[in-house]
Design a protein around this ligand. Structure first.
Ligand SMILES: Nc1ncnc2c1ncn2[C@@H]1O[C@H](COP(=O)(O)OP(=O)(O)OP(=O)(O)O)[C@@H](O)[C@H]1O
Length: 280
């Protein structure tokens, strides 16, 4: 049984339909990444899956007793507040010293209890946010752009940490990211969103691409990924640059005929996705 499912989910905000007919599911232990242009509804989808936003049509189904650890895109607390890592972990629910110690060790932040939140580097902050999401032994982690603001080695290290946590705890992960190369290397499945599920597929890491290793550094452990996925619709919508490059797809011609070209392709489209943030 899936941990979580969206069945023909539509979400409307301020009278506008932001998400149309989304059907997807997550299995235990899977790492799935949502990619898509700014404003394509990635954060909205996470919030709808969490139940923070209602479904206008369709449904979200959680497995019975599902526990979710969520890291929102923007931190709810003011980072200038004089609050320590230890106190932050106890917001809103108090955790024991032993729990705090264990979870901080798990994310590579052992001994950081007394550090002020405001003094953490970007990478340290993301680890502490992950630590808090891991409290309560979630079955599913939802991470909204967990590596924003990190440099390339920082991103790669964070994704490796996610993978370690998955192996150790069996947690499933649904995350939003713009960092396509590292995402491709770290995900079991990638879902491209553009108001609807534009396409999805499995990334495959390639070890024999020295030029990309040189570009990203060995620390990424081979960040170049091959991205194979299937399309079942035309790409004429605006913003489809995410998936609209010439690699292995099955294109529909609109008359019920699919034209399959299943070849692997080195996806180099990370930069168009990296643009300025907006406040939704
Ligand atoms: N409360 C709201 N009322 C009306 N529209 C909203 C609201 N929240 C978000 N939107 C709109 O919904 C669309 C999707 O926003 P969302 O934040 O989910 O996109 P996103 O893919 O996560 O974008 P980004 O990559 O920039 O974070 C945007 O056009 C946004 O302006």
């Amino acid at each position: 049984m899936p941990l979580i499912e969206a069945r023909h989910l539509c979400v409307r905000l301020g009278g506008t339909e932001i998400l149309h007919n989304i059907t997807l599911s997550l299995k235990p232990c899977e790492i799935v990444t949502l990619v898509g242009p700014n404003g394509s509804g990635k954060s909205t989808l996470l919030r709808a899956l969490l139940g923070i936003l209602p479904a206008a049509e369709g449904a979200v189904v959680h497995a019975p007793g599902l526990r979710i650890g969520y890291v929102p895109q923007r931190l709810q607390i003011d980072r200038t507040m004089p609050i320590s890592v230890r106190r932050f972990l106890s917001l809103p629910k108090r955790v024991s010293d032993a729990e705090a110690q264990a979870v901080l060790a798990r994310v590579g932040m052992a001994g950081s209890e007394a550090l002020p939140m405001a003094g953490l580097s970007g990478g340290q902050l993301q680890r502490v946010l992950l630590a808090r999401a891991l409290l309560g032994q979630p079955h599913l982690l939802m991470l909204d752009e967990p590596t924003q603001g990190l440099d390339q080695p920082g991103e790669a290290a964070f994704y490796r940490l996610i993978e370690e946590v998955r192996v150790e705890t069996g947690v499933a992960v649904l995350m939003v990211s713009h960092d396509l190369h590292v995402v491709m290397a770290a995900s079991d499945r990638v879902i491209c969103l553009n108001g609807h599920v534009c396409c999805e597929g499995s990334p495959q890491v390639v070890s024999s691409a020295p030029e990309y290793r040189a570009l990203f550094g060995l620390g990424t452990q081979g960040a170049l990924a091959l991205y194979r996925h299937e399309h079942d619709h035309d790409h004429t919508a605006p913003h489809d640059h995410v998936c609209g490059h010439s690699h292995g797809h099955t294109h529909s011609d609109g008359h019920g005929h699919n034209h399959g070209h299943n070849h692997d392709h080195a996806d180099t489209h990370s930069t168009p996705l990296k643009d300025e943030r907006h406040d939704a």
